[in-house]
Design a protein around this ligand. Structure first.
Ligand SMILES: [Zn+2]
Length: 84
């Protein structure tokens, strides 16, 4: 479980108990109250590795934005999606 997933779980369970070690990191990213959970979910999704849709042995497309990615890329340079 990554730190954003833990923070999301914490928000979901109790708005008042956000772990202090995540507070600054999370709050800096989430400025609009009503968008908090949606944005956190987005961070969770982006931080969760997804498989490249391979077009050949060397390259493929990002599962989130369909941008072109190379075999071995850890992140999509277009949208920041973490890749397996
Ligand atoms: Zn992408």
């Amino acid at each position: 479980m990554n730190k954003y997933q833990e923070a999301l779980n914490c928000f979901t369970e109790c708005w008042g108990c956000t772990k202090p070690e995540y507070y600054n990191d999370v709050m800096n990213k989430l400025r609009i109250e009503k968008e908090r959970k949606k944005l956190l979910q987005n961070l969770v999704d982006k931080a969760t590795p997804k498989e490249i849709h391979y077009m050949s042995a060397d390259y493929g497309t990002c599962p989130s934005c369909n941008g072109e990615v190379m075999n071995g890329d850890n992140y999509c340079i277009e949208c920041g999606q973490r890749l397996e």
